[in-house]
Design a protein around this ligand. Structure first.
Ligand code: NAD
Length: 378
């Protein structure tokens, strides 16, 4: 079968769904690979590098979609792409079925099979190698610190120079999931003093192991919403948390917020008043912009200055590190392809008896199969 890689069409999207070193591995599994000319340009993978890996480079989206039996994408297809999908195609992409019911109906009507990489049952340990959400969140956490460092007017690390002593920057990180932990490690490696908080106290050891200090909210409440995820906390907890965050915001030079609750708007953790209390020149990077933001003053997609504080609400952090994110995404899709093609003969079997595959198969031969039954934990 032919795996096709179109050029991403979403404005500003720089990622590409596979990279030359992974093309070689897909070919070893028995597939042919077709890449749309220019697909890798924004991530610094030229057509020639794909050709050198034995991919066929084709001109234009129409030719690519016509040639492909399986299409790997980053962003869900847009209206023009939907019109190009051939009946019987297998599409692997971010889809977010809960948020995109209309797209799901349109895809089903095209009689395709859709594997939504966002719907992978992440709690299965077997699924970790395919977990693109984790790969992208890790990159986002790293890049959030780089964006903060770029907007901040001082060093992160403390220094003693002939001209005087420079104190280390103080970084406070709200939410210590995948992205938050990556941000903690990056900021600590740059030499900052890092503190972090999460409603799930079980992450305290991980925060510490990455060089951060876990700051607890002084209020006892069970925080798990199931599957390792958070839940909306009680008003009493939120009040206690606001008091602690107000203190941290006053002391911090940089605040990075990553707090999310599945299926709910992002919790508002940094109020306008807290922003006002921060030192001029401080920086907030709010990674929850797409879910409404953790900070009241965030403008999703933008960097703004309010009360002398730069508030960065970029929603395209993985795309800002396009070569790295494309490489990791390509590896996640390679691992998925290996699961789909155990026979290594260039054919795929979408095995609905396999919990991991069942979870991410949201449409099978034109039939909507989402939401899946809960996976058996293994
Ligand atoms: P996420 O992006 O949904 O949330 C980010 C973090 O924000 C979470 O740690 C959450 O607890 C925290 N948060 C939510 N509300 C908060 C609040 N009011 N105040 C402070 N913090 C708040 O989560 P994620 O990074 O995708 O993953 C969260 C957890 O899911 C992981 O730590 C892990 O336990 C689990 N997970 C497991 C696997 C796996 O087993 N393969 C893979 C990925 C994630």
């Amino acid at each position: 079968l032919v795996i096709g890689i179109p050029r991403e069409t979403y404005p500003g999207e720089k990622r590409v769904a596979t990279v030359p070193e992974v093309v070689e591995k897909l070919i070893k599994l028995g597939f042919a690979v077709a890449v749309e000319s220019g697909a890798g340009d924004a991530a610094n993978f030229s057509d020639d590098t794909y050709r050198a890996a034995d991919a066929q480079v084709v001109e234009g989206a129409a030719a690519l979609w016509a040639a492909a039996d399986i299409v790997f994408k980053v962003r869900a297809p847009d209206a023009n792409e939907l019109a190009l999908v051939r009946s019987g195609t297998t599409l692997v992409s971010f889809i977010w079925p809960a948020q995109n019911p209309e797209l799901m109906q349109q895809l089903a009507a095209r009689n395709v099979t859709v594997l939504a990489i966002d719907s992978l049952p992440r709690q299965l340990s077997r699924a970790q190698k395919m977990d693109a959400l984790t790969s992208m969140a890790g990159i986002s956490g790293y890049r959030a610190v780089i964006e903060a460092a770029n907007a901040f007017g001082r060093f992160f690390n403390g220094q003693i120079t002939a001209a005087g002593k420079i104190p280390p920057a103080k970084v406070f990180i709200a939410g210590a999931g995948v992205a938050g932990l990556a941000a903690i490690g990056t900021a600590a490696n740059l030499g900052a003093i890092v503190r972090a908080n999460d409603t799930r106290p079980e992450v305290a050891d991980q925060v510490k192991s990455l060089g951060g200090e876990f700051v607890k909210v002084d209020y006892e409440e069970e925080a798990s919403g199931g599957g390792g995820y958070a839940k909306v906390m009680s008003e009493g907890f939120q009040q206690a948390q606001r008091e602690m965050y107000a203190k941290q915001a006053r002391e911090a030079d940089i605040v990075i917020t990553t707090a999310l609750i599945p299926g709910k708007p992002a919790p508002k953790l940094i109020t306008a008043e807290m922003v006002q209390s921060m030192k001029p020149g401080s920086v907030i990077v709010d990674m929850a912009g797409e879910q409404g933001g953790n900070c009241e003053l965030t403008e999703p997609g933008k960097a703004v200055v309010k009360h002398g504080v730069t508030i960065i609400g970029y929603t395209d952090l993985p795309s800002r590190l396009a070569k790295q994110s494309s490489t990791l995404y390509a590896s996640n899709l390679l691992r998925l392809t290996e699961e789909l093609c155990k026979t290594k003969d260039g054919k795929i079997d979408v095995n609905m008896e396999d919990d991991a595959i069942r979870g991410l198969t949201v449409i099978k031969n034109g039939e909507v199969t989402w939401p899946p039954p809960p996976p058996k934990l293994s």
